[in-house]
Design a protein around this ligand. Structure first.
Ligand SMILES: NC(=[NH2+])NCCC[C@H](N)C(=O)O
Length: 797
């Protein structure tokens, strides 16, 4: 009730909170804190598992369902389409991989964009990802049903029953059932699902190799002529590529596994490896497909369109007397869809969980099951939604939706990656050794001398970066829109009326919009090149992550090219889906304004700030739940640390979280993370469902991510143990403590170090802020990241 009132009050003041919250950025520390308090996810995946996860989601049933469709548009040039879309995926994947290592949290693209561009952009990313995954999974489920029927020697419609539904099909009961079954298996825990994924992936790749080998034995080189499809010519390559992109979609799933991998550094390699490996496979598949097929150059339009539906591996193998291959193709597609569904359901539930943690989506979706340590409620809800869509919607028109969602999210990710490298702010990251590293401002790398020579201030530089990035994106969008308007397009339902005939034969020409867009396209490309070059000269690189990253000599070319290609791929999509996409995003914005914005305000306004410096929060086990101990001391400065007592709010035992080590005393560098600790909890018994922490998931163990020397804690332990997360070997924080005392005592040693008293009840979160100063000069004091202030102002108003 109280929540509803608060929500309504916030809704009424949308005009004042919108500008403040929509651009409020998170910090990495906040993300990590939220992740810890919510309860840890189980670390299930090793290096090989992650690679299988990648290959599992990438190679679904897309290759079987759409390679032929793309081939009809592109002709034998399909092989170029496959490479083109692979390059788009690879470049975007590299940008994505850099951020995965920087932000090892399970929100994937959502978290990266939220941290870099703020809440509204973050929300749009979630919207894109949900669009991509929900439609993508539904499509894969339908693929499963189709190919399972083939495996039993039945027609594609074998599992479809009942009256006509959306898009002219029938209810696909198999699509429904398989999603529900997988959802059920997944709620048992990730171990089982990872097991299935690994084995089906290996098997499926073996089958695909068989398809290629047999395919090549039936190939005829003469089929490569004419190389371009006569109806679409070179536009067909891009149309084909945009369709083939569906087959590469899904590598973003790997970023969402970040909290569940044993070593975060495996993720970038898995992303690059799985895109490359599946690219090679897709290339071989496409190659043997076109080598087996005489290109359809018969002009009659109706025939042309129907061939759209006929060209696929099974019919083609049939035509070259290798009908038995239908079983191999079907088996590979069935296994592929199975793995793809598992990984897809797995990752979309992580994104939704992350967004619900911020109350951008209903908070109950963030609950983590104490038993399986997976976000069970999110999994169940999404499973049901996807199953129903998969059952009802029978439509190839879903393909553009999937690709659009994926490309939209990747577009923001490429920009986020670029932005972080160029904007001179304190850059916070977790080093390989588990320390938090704050790279100070103004220590540019190779471009620094240039900037110094030009005498740029930081503000000037910021403005320059913004201008360049905005121009760059504008040019990409400009090119895309121009291309979309002028390129040859085909819509599924379009039948020329009356048909254009010459000597009684329908003509293909009526498909093409006869515009010569080559010249103008070249100009767009030249502008893109110039702006990137200018960015390289005028915007010095400010920051280089310590983990896996794009080498500096590829900046800004790599993310800039990725942005160009990603935006262009959107334009190349068959245009029948645009109004649906528009409607979806309009709906998402309305949802943001009516629900997410007020709710996120409510969540943040429940934060108690004492002042901008220190707020210490303790958790106490009260009435069966973990809550912030209301009487916790709000310490407002280092001098007050010594010997303060907690006011008795904590219960006996090792149940409280003491964050004193988190903030090195006297350093002046205060991280805002502490505030998020408190924010993660409802402030009172009526706090409503909290995305924060369920009682049984009290331990935080992120050690797997960060190699450490300490032994493992058991998941059931109730204290937050971040010792190895922020190792004490740095000499700044040391931990000792016994859990026998109920009293909390605080002691901060001199010189930024901390000497806990023996009566300390709890584990400690020591955080080490290291200054990195490549220039060798004295590091300037790290600043409090700007958002701390903005949150404060939100609260106080
Ligand atoms: N996240 C997703 N949209 N996953 C769907 C992945 C489809 C997969 N690439 C395929 O070829 O079937």
């Amino acid at each position: 009730m109280r929540l509803v009132k608060e929500w309504f009050a916030a809704l009424c003041s949308t005009h004042s909170i919108l500008p403040r919250l929509a651009f409020r950025r998170r910090t990495l520390e906040e993300e990590l804190q939220e992740a810890m308090l919510r309860g840890s996810l189980r670390k299930t995946f090793g290096g090989f598992d992650v690679l299988c996860l990648g290959l599992g989601v990438l190679i679904g049933s897309g290759w079987a369902q759409f390679t032929g469709t793309a081939g009809v548009y592109a002709g034998p040039a399909l092989i170029i389409s496959v490479v083109t879309s692979g390059v788009v995926a690879l470049l975007a994947g590299i940008c994505y991989a850099e951020l995965c290592v920087e932000f090892p949290v399970s929100g994937g693209a959502f978290s990266y964009v939220m941290i870099t561009f703020g809440e509204l952009a973050g929300f749009l990313t979630v919207a894109s990802l949900v669009l991509e995954y929900v439609t993508g999974m539904a499509l894969v489920a339908r693929g499963f049903s189709t190919y399972l029927a083939r495996l039993f020697n039945e027609g594609a419609a074998f599992f479809r029953l009942g009256p006509e539904t959306v898009g002219g099909g029938q209810y696909d009961v198999m699509a429904l059932s398989i999603v529900l079954v997988i959802t059920a298996v997944m709620t048992l825990g990730m171990r089982e699902s990872a097991f299935i994924t690994t084995y089906t992936t290996v098997l499926k790749i073996a089958l695909l190799l068989v398809v290629c080998i047999v395919g090549f034995t039936a190939s005829q080189w003469s089929n490569m002529e004419p190389f371009l499809s006569p109806a679409f010519e070179e536009d067909g390559i891009f149309l084909g590529a945009s369709i083939m992109f569906f087959s590469y979609v899904g590598f973003d799933a790997l970023g969402m596994a970040a909290e569940e991998v044993k070593n975060i550094n495996h993720i970038p390699w898995a992303i690059v490896g799985s895109i490359t490996a599946s690219g090679v496979l897709y290339f071989m598949l496409a190659f043997c497909l076109v080598l087996m097929t005489a290109p359809n150059i018969s002009c009659p339009y109706s025939e042309y369109l129907s061939s759209l539906r006929r060209l696929n591996f099974i019919t083609v193998f049939d035509a070259v007397d290798r009908g038995y291959m239908a079983y191999v193709v079907a088996a590979a597609a069935v296994l592929g869809s199975l793995a793809s569904l598992i990984v897809g359901l797995f990752s979309v539930s992580r994104v939704v969980m992350a967004a619900s943690r911020d109350w951008l989506l209903p908070p109950f979706l963030a609950r983590v099951s104490p038993r399986t340590q997976t976000p069970v409620i999110a999994q169940l809800c999404l499973g049901v939604v996807i199953a129903v869509i998969g059952m009802v919607v029978n439509n190839n028109a879903m393909v553009p939706l999937v690709s659009f969602g994926a490309l939209g999210a990747l577009w923001l990710v490429c920009n986020a990656m670029m932005y972080r490298r160029y904007i001179p702010e304190v850059q916070v990251s977790v080093t390989r050794h588990g320390t938090i590293k704050a790279t100070s401002v103004g220590h540019s790398l190779w471009a620094a001398p240039f900037r110094l020579r030009m005498g740029f201030s930081q503000t000037t530089q910021k403005v320059l970066v913004w201008v360049h990035m905005l121009l760059l994106n504008a040019i990409c969008v400009g090119l895309a829109v121009y291309y979309q308007v002028t390129a040859t397009q085909i819509e599924d339902e379009y039948v020329p009326d009356p048909p254009v005939t010459v000597n009684g034969v329908e003509q293909c020409e009526n498909l093409s919009v006869e515009v010569n867009h080559t010249l103008a396209t070249v100009w767009w490309l030249v502008s893109w090149f110039c702006i990137t070059l200018s960015m390289q000269f005028w915007c010095p690189l400010e920051y280089e992550p310590s983990g896996w990253h794009v080498p500096r000599y590829l900046m800004p070319w790599l993310p800039s090219t990725a942005t160009l290609l990603v935006v262009f791929s959107v334009a190349a999509l068959p245009n029948s889906g645009y109004w649906k996409i528009g409607a979806y995003y309009a709906g998402a914005l309305v949802f943001y304004l009516l629900f997410s914005l007020p709710m996120s305000y409510v969540k943040h306004s429940r934060v108690d700030f004492v002042d901008d410096d220190y707020t210490v929060v303790e958790l106490a086990f009260i009435e069966g739940t973990w809550r912030p101990a209301r009487q916790a001391l709000m310490l407002t400065g280092t001098t007050k640390y010594g010997g303060a007592s907690t006011g008795g709010a904590t219960s006996p035992g090792n149940r409280s979280i003491d964050l004193k080590g988190f903030y090195p005393s006297g350093s002046g560098a205060v991280s805002p993370a502490l505030r998020s600790v408190e924010r993660g909890f409802p402030s009172g018994p009526s706090g409503g469902p909290s995305g924060a922490m369920s009682p049984a998931t009290r331990s935080v163990d992120l050690r797997g991510n960060y190699p450490s020397t300490a032994g493992a804690t058991s998941p059931g332990a109730r204290s937050v143990d971040l010792r190895s997360f922020y190792p004490s070997s740095s000499g700044i924080a040391r931990i000792s403590g016994s859990s026998s005392s109920t009293a909390m005592t605080r002691g901060i040693g001199s010189g930024g170090g901390m000497t806990p008293h023996s009566g300390t009840t709890s584990a400690v979160l020591p955080m080490v802020l290291e200054h990195t100063s490549p220039g060798g000069a004295n590091p300037p004091p790290a600043r409090t990241p700007p958002r701390a202030k903005s949150v404060k102002s939100v609260t106080s108003s």
